[in-house]
Design a protein around this ligand. Sequence first.
Ligand SMILES: [Fe+2]
Length: 315
Amino acid sequence: MKIKEIYNLAINKGIETDFRGKEGVEKLLRRRKEKYGRLSEKEKEDFDKEALENPYLDSRIYHIAADTEVKKVLAGIDIEPAELLLAKEIGGIDLIIAHHPLGKGLAHLADVMDLQCDVLNYYGVPINIAEGLMRERISEVARGVNAINHQRTVDTAKLLGISLINSHTPCDNLAAKFIKEKVDKEDNLIRVEDLINLLKEIPEYKEAIKIGAGPKIFTGNPENRCGKISVTELTGGTEPGPKIYEKMAQAGIGTIIGMHMQEESKKEAEAANINVVIAGHMSSDSLGMNLFLDELERRGIEIIPCSGLIRVRRT
Ligand SMILES: [Fe+2]
């Protein structure tokens, strides 16, 4: 496979498993195209044209050093200059695939957060409330990433002559769908401890337990009944803001499965009597990446995991 084919496969896998459905994603792209059509010529010049085709602007091709057949990939959760030097040291790496966004992808992290409005709405939060509260959080995230040295790793890749891409939301969509299906299939999920035990069956979480990063109950206790379980915080850029938890409780959500949660949000979820099960960050990111990397392995590509990626194969 060529780099562009690998990248397109990631985007397509993300669309296939998107909470909004294929139609929902197509509608979003259509709307972007219509809006683009109404821009002035000057505004069109500055417009990121990739947004017209790619629903996940936090996932990009950063550098293609050599457009050859990819046989060996170095894949990791966070790719920094150190991992690029590691690739040189290992040798024969045709492509590095990062999970977390870099460069332009990082600058556009907030763009994928709209997805969370639809996920929240799917679980019963009225769309106007989800959009209102997410709007505030999206602008906060956009300001937050603004000051970062986005291009550092990308510049290093160019200097070292290494091809670099990332797949963030597409892989998080894969992880969210996988966990949602597992939760939906299980009839005996009564208490929070049952949910923890279910997560522990997933090999990435089993491995994470060994290094002290297994699933944890952030709020509530093992004896609590789960009520309605929502998979609202496994995809869509990053965490929502703390104000959402009261609204989620009002929408009838009893338990949230997330990857990570900041302290202020934890307090708000606790005040709203929501159980929060934090599955784990690197392990959940690994799950999504693995579901994608399996596709590459099936096509004969060798995968070398690094930087927090707990590699598990599903055949
Ligand atoms: Fe992550």
